[in-house]
Design a protein around this ligand. Structure first.
Ligand code: ACO
Length: 214
């Protein structure tokens, strides 16, 4: 578990918290002010991103508070143990997903331009690994995103993640790519419309003083 020098339980009301690019946990109803909340979220994402990078042997973290603020359409799922540290709470795991425009080769080596949901970063603290925490996070993500596992693209999966996906979702038969993404057999069969080219590439604009994506 990752402990912090502030109260995790007062920030997160649920066991799994969903965070978008504004860094405010979805459904947040607490009385904490937003500036304070954002600062704490930046710290949490920085620390979890660093821990994930270390676990994967990466020089630079994939996830941080500033990266999250700067990206569009990414979602972080955080698993929290609200009872830990005498009720102060601790963070147990993190899963980050988002749609990316990718050129993916099918079984015949033909390139396809798609925007699949990608697994970008996934980490469960060492002592809690292999106790079902990863599955809990992943299932929550699949339900909320409405995606079948075989339609996911995985950014540089570790051996542990390859084993995880095979065990829980029967994913195997990697279709070779020329980028860092891994997709599995069944990826191209009946591709859902939301991964097709048409949906992605929304452009930002300012309209009536507000940022919109059109
Ligand atoms: N060695 C091999 N397989 C493992 C290991 C391990 N040390 N740990 C988990 N797994 C796989 C196995 O299939 C395992 O089943 P088994 O115990 O019957 O062999 C299964 O995951 C267990 O499922 P959960 O308990 O639900 O998964 P867990 O909570 O361990 O979360 C995760 C999986 C996130 C991969 C975790 O092991 C982890 O954080 N590993 C270190 C960081 C990492 O490799 N992250 C993925 C990087 S790639 C990316 O993020 C796109």
């Amino acid at each position: 578990m990752v402990e912090f020098n502030f109260n995790i339980s007062s920030i997160f009301q649920e066991e799994i918290c969903i965070i978008g690019n504004d860094l405010i946990p979805h459904g947040h109803t607490g009385d904490l002010n937003y500036v304070f909340l954002k600062q704490k979220m930046v710290t949490i994402l920085d620390v979890m991103g660093e821990a994930s990078a270390q676990a994967q042997g990466l020089k630079n973290p994939i996830t941080s508070g500033s990266k999250m603020l700067a990206s569009e359409g990414q979602t972080v799922y955080l698993l929290v143990d609200r009872k830990a540290v005498s009720g102060a709470g601790a963070v147990v795991g993190m899963l980050k997903v988002g749609r990316k425009k990718l050129f993916l080769l099918d079984n015949c080596g033909k390139p396809n331009e798609l925007s699949p949901l990608c697994v970008l970063d996934f980490y469960v603290t060492e002592r809690r690994q292999r106790t079902g925490c990863g599955k809990l996070l992943f299932e929550t993500m699949l339900r909320r995103e409405g995606v079948e596992p075989r339609y996911l693209a995985i950014d540089r999966p570790s051996e542990k993640l390859i084993s995880f996906l095979k065990k829980h979702y029967g994913l195997s038969g990697i279709i070779p790519q020329v980028n860092n993404y891994v997709i599995f057999s069944g990826f191209f069969k009946d591709q859902p419309a939301d991964a097709s080219k048409a949906r992605e590439a929304k452009k930002p604009r300012i309209y009536m003083g507000k940022l919109q994506y059109v």
